[in-house]
Design a protein around this ligand. Structure first.
Ligand code: SF4
Length: 316
């Protein structure tokens, strides 16, 4: 049975060729040996937020950030000084962002609000039945919370972004990733008569650069201060109310996308969306798309061991 995650559907929506490289090529797809620094940022950001909700200390979070960035960088071959600087700068920015997050949402993290945190990094798995077949959908919800008095369930999505435009906020609501989370939450832990709300936390971390002559320690202190003094500049929260009707609509969109994806798979028709090549930086498959899968280009990639490496084996 084919399985899909939020990330795989987002990759397909961005560019079918990107989906093919990431999830189909050579069996399970391929991945860059040195991941893009913004991907590492998103990954450690999510892990850091989960650790904060599990009441782990800021020190432990900070050490985890340094460890993951260090390990990612160590995987690269011929890493340029520019890349090293990008990684180290991002590492400090994420540390500062998590420090600010803890201060901004301290009540929630310490359990002093009416919203009770039930769990974080909650894995889910459900089956989507369509006319053409059944598909397995898997994922991990950042945070699951409840307000029993009001019979409401909440799921939190955390986005680490370089910019937050109004259009982006609306795009996020309709992205296949949000649909996936939403239906996953409904299928996994909704109770009858309850209402579901999606809390989207946007954490902005752009425009933060090392100043000339500034060391990483000074940089971290400066941006931490900024996160504390101007939290409204960095933290945005949007609460989206979802009804059973919205879930049905989201399922229809998801079935349409998977039907298209299945058709492309049968016909091996993975068209390229040129507009996505430079979106959010530059696509890591750019050389592969432009020069083909020759050995020199392939040396920068490795075969994935499982199709959805982002989902732990035991849960996937
Ligand atoms: S480089 Fe462009 S066309 Fe190729 S996979 Fe990436 S987004 Fe798609």
């Amino acid at each position: 049975m084919d399985s899909y995650t939020q990330s795989s559907l987002v990759a397909h929506a961005e560019c079918p060729q990107k989906y093919h490289w990431s999830y189909e090529y050579n069996g399970n797809g391929i991945t860059p040996i040195l991941p893009a620094h913004y991907l590492v940022s998103g990954d450690v950001g999510h892990r850091g937020v989960a650790m904060l909700y599990r009441s782990l200390s800021m020190n432990a979070v900070s050490n985890m950030v340094a460890k993951v960035f260090g390990e990612a960088l160590a995987k690269g071959r011929h890493v340029s000084p520019d890349t090293i600087q990008q990684f180290r700068t991002q590492q400090e920015v994420i540390r500062a962002a998590l420090y600010g997050y803890q201060r901004r949402y301290i009540k929630e993290i310490k359990g002093r609000t009416v919203v009770k945190i039930i769990g974080n990094e909650v894995p889910y798995k459900w089956q989507l039945e369509t006319k053409r077949g059944t598909y397995e959908m898997t994922g991990v919800i950042d945070v699951h919370a409840e307000n029993r008095r009001k019979r409401r369930a909440y799921i939190f999505e955390t986005k680490f972004l370089s910019q937050i435009s109004r259009t982006f906020q609306e795009d996020v609501e309709f992205s296949p990733q949000t649909d996936h989370y939403l239906i996953g939450a409904f299928e996994s832990f909704m109770r009858s008569g309850w209402e579901l709300r999606v809390i989207v936390n946007y954490i902005r971390k752009s425009g933060l650069r090392l100043k000339r002559g500034e060391g990483y320690r000074q940089f971290l202190e400066r941006i931490r201060e900024d996160y504390l003094q101007r939290p409204e500049h960095y933290f945005h929260r949007r609460i989206v109310r979802k009804t059973p009707g919205s879930i049905l609509e989201a399922k229809r969109r998801m079935i349409a996308q998977i039907s298209m994806l299945q058709y492309q798979k049968r016909t091996n028709y993975w068209y390229k969306n040129g507009r996505a090549c430079n979106a959010k930086g530059r696509c890591w498959f750019f050389d592969l798309c432009n020069y083909g899968d020759r050995p020199g280009v392939m040396a920068n990639f490795r075969n994935k061991t499982s199709r959805h490496e982002e989902i732990p084996e035991t849960e996937g």
